[in-house]
Design a protein around this ligand. Structure first.
Ligand code: NAD
Length: 285
């Protein structure tokens, strides 16, 4: 049997649109792309034809692997170290991107971390670290991106928009999360920051959106999938009954950054196997 066919659908199921380089001629910065979702996003942007700045905090090896993977796909890439919570380092990263690629067309605000603690014991340092990286870091990078997009304007031969910003949010922009108050607060903040920036910069043809992953198999949440017992407990929260993979986020981000998504603005795309569908009610409540 033809592997593409399905018993109910005797004809092969083929994509209607031929594959094409959705982001040819564009350059992107992906923060925190030495690992996990950011790395997969950077590689998918490279596959779509973009030149990519692979930003990283400390993991030089992971960043180089990501750069090598993008170059192997035939696109350009450089690694740039910068702590996204430090204003001067963010500005240095944008300067490095412009020096290498001329401009920046796409920012993926991905860098993020968790510092978990019961609320009653949470220290100011634990609160501040997560807010600094997950929220202030996204603010600093988005502001530099808007400055670049606004100064350059639209180049119709490259893209309908002057620039695109995609913020990596989480299902926890809407689902409260006990034991992770700092993290959920940061992602709730990302939601209204994204929407408020989107409202403000739309007249300059700058598109701003978020992607909100559910449970994706990365180092940030190893304890949620590393044993059969943990994985079984996780699946109770996912109607689609499987964990997500980083490249599934990568492909969605590449599409959202492309002109195929040009009228999508100020919205959050949840990629979560239905985690936000109140799975506790799946048996009728
Ligand atoms: P990860 O730990 O693999 O990746 C996080 C990346 O951010 C790493 O490359 C890390 O070096 C980088 N980073 C951390 N602090 C930084 C800083 N100050 N400056 C620059 N880079 C820094 O985890 P991940 O799961 O790939 O997470 C990526 C993003 O996706 C985060 O924003 C996270 O909140 C979000 N997210 C992940 C999941 C999931 O299930 N994995 C779900 C929802 C949202």
């Amino acid at each position: 049997m033809d592997p593409q066919s399905h018993p109910q659908y005797p004809e092969p199921i083929l994509p209607r649109v031929p594959k094409r380089a959705l982001l040819a001629g564009q350059s992107a910065i992906v923060t925190g792309s030495s690992s996990g979702i950011g790395k997969a996003v950077a590689i998918e942007l490279g596959k779509a034809g973009a030149s990519v700045v692979v930003n990283y905090g400390h993991d030089t090896k992971g960043a180089q692997e990501c750069v090598d993977a993008i170059i192997a796909e035939g696109s350009r890439a450089i690694a740039v170290q910068a702590d996204v919570s430090k204003e001067a380092e963010v500005q240095g990263m944008f300067a490095a991107a412009k020096k290498e690629f001329g401009t920046v067309d796409i920012l993926v605000n991905n860098a993020g971390l968790q510092v978990d603690s019961p609320f009653i014991d949470m220290t100011l340092a634990q609160w501040q670290k997560v807010i600094d990286v997950n929220l202030t870091g996204q603010f600093l990078c988005a502001r530099e991106a808007v400055r670049e997009f606004r100064a350059r304007g639209v180049r119709p031969e490259i893209s309908c928009a002057a620039g695109k910003i995609i913020c990596m949010s989480s299902v926890h922009e809407v689902i409260p999360w006990a034991g992770h108050v700092n993290y959920a607060t940061s992602k709730g903040g990302v939601m209204l920051m994204m929407k408020s920036i989107a409202q403000e910069v739309a007249p300059w043809r700058i598109r701003v959106n978020s992607v909100a992953p559910g449970a994706i198999r990365t180092p940030i949440n190893t304890q949620a999938w590393d044993t059969p017992e943990h994985y079984a407990a996780l699946l109770k929260l996912i109607p689609y009954k499987r964990i997500g993979e980083p490249d599934e986020i990568g492909r969605a981000v590449a599409w959202l950054a492309s002109d195929d998504a040009d009228y999508i603005h100020g919205t959050t795309l949840f990629i979560d196997g239905g985690m936000t569908l109140y799975p506790g009610f799946e048996a009728g409540g």
